[in-house]
Design a protein around this ligand. Structure first.
Ligand SMILES: Nc1ncnc2c1ncn2[C@@H]1O[C@H](COP(=O)(O)OP(=O)(O)OP(=O)(O)O)[C@@H](O)[C@H]1O
Ligand SMILES: [Mg+2]
Length: 309
């Protein structure tokens, strides 16, 4: 079983307008609400791919109830920790004429010490013990910046493998606890390592450096250029099939889901990387906030090229 932790879930509201005009009243042509938050996305994809998962994290308010309702509709299991505040709402405006997307993200509710304590207690006592704990996304106000470091250290004490997918200070602090797997994109890796990744050689050096810092599997994702993957034994270049992209939202989360699902089933790094790239690429085929579909992942799998460097 793969447990995911989303400290800062959201209810994402996507509206489409024929043409966005600022300073004017605009009329939307469609509105959808989706569960948001990177860990929750990973759980949704693992479920879609036939794996077992439970989503953990904070939930509160009317939007929190709506998020739970949507997850139930998708049949994604969850065990959230209730908070007094309301989860955040992110807004995405899609302009149908220019196809440009405008996002307006919220920081999230304030979490009390008591609420944080309850969540830590819950995820350190998950039974049966999950194969992997995936920590993903931003951290809401009130929660210390080194929260992922604390949680990864707790998981290690219980013998649970961990994945960290975050950015900025949360990634920098969290990585000090040596999570088993990380998958920054190029921009996140540049910030983390304080380097400029101008070409492939520099990216390869960076995954090696991360493995040398005791990360078991270090991956840098490169959008349409696929992935560079390293563990203690090998370095792989994973080339995604070229497809007609509709929306890249959730590509990274789908990548992590494909990877971790296969690792948890005992597959080697090549096979897991192949699933990672197929799931990430499949996510780009679906519109808006939709994640990947299983049939697309299975169709793309044989088209992913995995080269050993
Ligand atoms: N345009 C694309 N064409 C084909 N595959 C893609 C494209 N964009 C992403 N992918 C696939 O998805 C993977 C993850 O994408 P990316 O590197 O953009 O992740 P990310 O920045 O973490 O995304 P997210 O915004 O979801 O966090 C890529 O390594 C690739 O396999
Ligand atoms: Mg990402």
């Amino acid at each position: 079983m793969i447990a995911t932790v989303t400290l800062n879930p959201s209810l994402d509201r996507t509206v489409t307008v024929e043409e966005l005009v600022v300073d004017e009243a605009n009329r939307w042509t469609s509105l959808r609400r989706d569960p948001g938050g990177k860990g929750i996305n990973v759980s949704r994809v693992i479920h879609e791919l036939g794996g077992e998962t439970v989503a953990y994290g904070f939930i509160g308010g009317i939007d929190g109830e709506t998020l739970k309702h949507l997850l139930k509709q998708h049949e994604v299991p969850f065990d959230f920790t209730s908070i007094k505040g309301e989860i955040r709402s992110n807004f995405i405006i899609t302009d149908l004429k220019t196809r440009r997307q405008t996002r307006i993200d919220a920081p999230g509710p304030h979490i009390s010490r008591d609420e944080l304590g309850k969540l830590i207690d819950k995820i350190t006592h998950i039974k049966p013990k999950p194969d992997f704990l995936v920590f993903a996304g931003s951290v809401p106000p009130g929660v210390p910046d080194d929260i992922y470091r604390q949680l990864i250290e707790e998981a290690r004490k219980s013998g649970i493998k961990t994945v960290l997918d975050s950015d900025n200070k949360w990634l920098k602090e969290g990585i000090r606890a040596k999570p088993n797997v990380i998958k920054p994109n190029v921009h996140e890796a540049e910030e983390l390592l304080e380097v400029h990744l101008r070409d492939e050689a520099a990216i390869i050096e960076s995954v090696k450096a991360l493995v040398n810092r005791s990360i078991e599997v270090a991956i840098i994702s490169r959008g349409k250029d696929g992935l560079i993957v390293a563990n203690g034994e090998k370095i792989l270049k994973v080339i995604s099939p070229q497809v007609e992209v509709r929306s890249t939202v959730g590509a990274g989360d789908s990548t992590i889901a494909g990877l971790v699902l296969k690792l948890s089933q005992g597959h080697g790094i090549e096979e897991a990387s192949r699933w990672a790239a197929a799931a990430g690429t499949a996510a780009t085929l679906t519109p808006g906030t939709e994640l990947c579909r299983r049939e697309d992942v299975e169709r793309l799998l044989p088209q992913v090229k995995v080269e050993r460097l």
